[in-house]
Design a binder for this molecule. Structure first.
Ligand code: NAG
Length: 325
């Protein structure tokens, strides 16, 4: 009898642990400050200004003494990697982001284009043997003391990829059945945010919650993910997908929507006129974003292909100085 219970409990607990998002520790430096770059929609073997953007990332990365790089997905065009030995990995990643300052950990999610290839290849430990910077999982947490960054696999949220894939094939291994996958993921994200005591809470996904670019808002994320972010005091939602740089302030919460999807091919002039509520900045050329955090301050900066600053946003956290009470 006792043995049975032990086995049953072990199985249940095994499942609880399995459902938890994997967590990576990333200690902050000095008196606890943190900086990183965000780049999205990039892997084109250097073409479409990918190499120029990489060069400027190297310079800004050095200036800010970055701790890591965040990739918001669509890592390899057009159809992800065809396997863990696809030469596109080195051609579009290792051989492009060569600057000293970029020799840090890269934390990456998958985009919809990555799901059109062998999605599991990008998660494979074999890639880390080729280039140890690479760290790509479907969903995970980077615990950077000052900030907790929750990476969310957003492609399975988008119904049209399942119902109307056009002439694309998606690698849904490990995702089917979709509803189950998405519901579990939402629970994991909710729990991670609820349990987080980090000063700054950041969520990263490939698809935008809000965007005025080509794809626009992602209704599935606005309906299912956004309420969780709002209820748990998330500061920033960062994404790619639309090939632009963009900043929208939520009108109902302190959340800032930040799109950095301009790592290579940009969509000049592809702008939607709809729903411009809270729009602070939009740029339809190539570039990237930097994030700098301290206990009390956040600074978000967008750069173009020449490294020129296009837009800056500063946020403050209320800071209680107990020594003066
Ligand atoms: C590269 O960037 C420059 C400056 O924004 C732009 O004029 C040019 O069209 C871009 N090239 C490509 C191939 O996108």
């Amino acid at each position: 009898m006792g043995d049975h219970w032990f086995i049953i409990l072990s199985i249940i607990c095994g499942l609880c642990v399995a459902a938890e998002l994997e967590r990576f520790e990333q200690p902050c430096k000095g008196e606890c400050s943190l900086s990183f770059l965000v780049i999205g929609d990039w892997g084109r073997r250097g073409a479409f200004n990918q190499s120029q953007v990489a060069f400027q990332m190297g310079k800004i990365g050095e200036k800010l003494d970055i701790d890591f790089v965040v990739s918001s997905g669509d890592n390899f065009y057009d159809n992800g990697l065809n396997g863990p030995h696809d030469p596109a990995f080195e051609q579009s990643f290792t051989n492009i982001y060569t600057a000293n300052s970029l020799q840090k950990q890269w934390f990456s999610v998958l985009g919809n284009h990555d799901y059109r290839g062998d999605a599991e290849a990008q998660l494979s430990p074999l890639l880390r043997k080729i280039d140890s910077r690479w760290r790509c999982l479907r969903s995970f947490i980077v615990d950077a003391e000052l900030a907790e960054i929750i990476f969310v696999d957003t492609t399975p949220f988008v119904k049209s990829y399942f119902l109307d894939p056009e002439d694309h094939t998606y690698d849904w291994r490990g995702v089917h059945p979709r509803k189950h996958y998405v519901n579990n993921l939402l629970k994991d994200v909710e729990r991670a945010l609820r349990e987080s005591s980090a000063k700054w809470k950041i969520v990263v996904g490939h698809h935008a919650i809000r965007s005025i670019g080509h794809h626009g808002d992602t209704p599935e994320l606005a309906t299912h993910l956004l309420p969780i972010l709002k209820a748990n005091d998330v500061d920033f939602y960062m994404n790619g997908h639309d090939h632009c740089l963009e900043h929208i302030s939520d009108t109902e919460s302190p959340i800032q929507f930040l799109t950095s999807g301009a790592g290579s091919k940009a969509w000049r002039g592809d702008v939607k006129r709809l729903n411009r509520e809270g729009l602070k900045f939009f740029y339809d050329g190539q570039g990237f974003m930097s994030v700098k955090l301290t206990q009390s301050d956040a600074e978000i900066v967008f750069y173009d292909v020449y490294g020129k600053i296009l837009h800056t946003w500063n946020a403050k956290k209320q800071f209680v100085d107990y020594s003066s009470i």
